[in-house]
Write a protein of this length. Structure first.
Length: 388
């Protein structure tokens, strides 16, 4: 048998990958940093199972990910189960069932891996780590602002210093359309035109209602730096329900700005794609360098509205692969080779000095050569850590 005979064993399905040193350590350390920052703000960690019954996993907001969920039959109960494609819906389930009697607002955090049926052009990975938190049981602008500021805080603690937040209000277009009593077909064409940012198409979709077309064009133009976009929104004569949503967004922006005046905020009032289950102020966090989405969050209905069991919530998820790509690599911990025969207690003082110790388990003819072969930066020679 040659060395390559088993190379095929290392092949993995598309979208799945082994995380090797030092990246696995970087991810674990970053998750730990984020969870500790969440805990510092009163968020308590929960750990949902990797697999659960299909009706629980895909109820409520989980229905939006039904097509992305791997399914299997539970050989014990003979019921269908799903492998989690997202942890937010699981945390929501815990909140409205196991923790339904806990006082609100309820603050929960989580971290773990999820897997999806397929990736996409921007994110081909099918398995990735999710870390985040949920603030449940309240529906206020203060809660919306807390989610934004906590996501930014965690990312900065991990090592992504320069960030920008893109804010959205994915329910606004529907609220305006309902207030204007638009029919379903013009609304569908309008939504497509808004997605393309096409003013001419907006006018075409509402050709028999110029007043409505002008209003939606005004909404489309309410984009860019948040302060200017909010000012544009305030000039528009929106239906009452839509006006209330816009006012809530303006309040959340004001709270975030008051807390962190140097944080760049942008706004797109009509963006909707990928935010279908959000019910209010939503946001994405990007690194200024690279423009890769690092976090996404916003307001939603936690639980199972179809069963009359739900409560308001907001929160966010950090996408750890993107976060690590945008953050500075942590300094490599020096590795100290300990020759065979070194007493076990003798490792502790070197570990206290910051070394990772690599104990010899076989005798080496040349300590320096063996230490280099094992990737060590130092070797213990005559009681000293000698650089290699």
């Amino acid at each position: 048998m040659t060395a390559n005979d088993n190379d095929h064993r290392g092949l993995l399905p598309a979208g799945l990958a082994d995380l090797l040193p030092p990246d696995a350590t970087r991810e674990a350390d970053a998750i730990d940093v984020a969870i500790k920052r969440f805990a510092a703000f009163g968020y308590e960690r929960v750990k949902p199972p990797l697999v659960e019954f299909e009706e629980s996993l895909l109820g409520g907001p989980g229905a939006a990910l039904a097509s992305q969920t791997f399914r299997l039959m539970d050989p014990v109960s003979q019921r269908m189960m799903g492998v989690r494609p997202d942890m937010t819906v699981q945390v929501a389930r815990i909140a409205v069932t196991r923790l339904k009697h806990e006082p609100r607002p309820l603050r929960l955090s989580y971290g773990g891996n999820v897997i999806r049926v397929r990736g996409n052009a921007l994110k081909p990975e099918r398995q990735f780590a999710q870390v985040g938190c949920e603030l449940l049981g309240v529906d206020t602008a203060e809660a919306d602002a807390e989610a934004v500021l906590l996501a930014v805080d965690a990312l900065r603690a991990i090592g992504v210093a320069e960030l920008t937040v893109d804010l959205n209000l994915p329910t606004l277009v529907a609220a305006v359309a309902a207030g204007l009593k638009l029919e379903a077909e013009p609304t569908r064409r309008l939504r497509r035109a808004l997605d393309r940012k096409d003013e001419a198409a907006i006018a075409g979709a509402l050709a028999d209602n110029k007043k409505a077309a002008d209003l939606f064009i005004g909404l489309l133009r309410a984009a860019g730096p948040a302060d200017k976009a909010i000012a544009q929104l305030k000039k528009l004569k929106l239906p009452a329900a839509a006006q209330a949503e816009a006012a809530r967004l303006a309040e959340a922006v004001a709270l975030v700005t008051a807390a962190d005046g140097d944080l760049p905020l942008t706004l797109d009032a009509v963006d909707y794609r990928g935010l279908e289950y959000q019910t209010g102020v939503s946001f994405s966090v990007f690194a200024l360098a690279g423009r890769q989405e690092l976090a996404r969050g916003g307001r939603y209905s936690a639980g199972y509205p179809e069963d009359g069991v739900s409560e308001p919530a907001t929160g966010f998820t950090l996408y750890m692969d993107a976060v690590l790509a945008a953050s500075e690599p942590i300094p490599v911990r020096p590795r100290l080779y300990l020759p065979i025969g070194t007493a076990w207690p003798d490792a502790a003082p070197w570990q206290a000095k910051g070394y990772a110790v690599v104990r010899a388990v076989t005798a080496a003819a040349d300590v320096r050569v063996e230490a280099k072969r094992l990737g060590c930066t130092h070797a213990l020679i005559d009681g000293d850590a000698v650089p290699l």
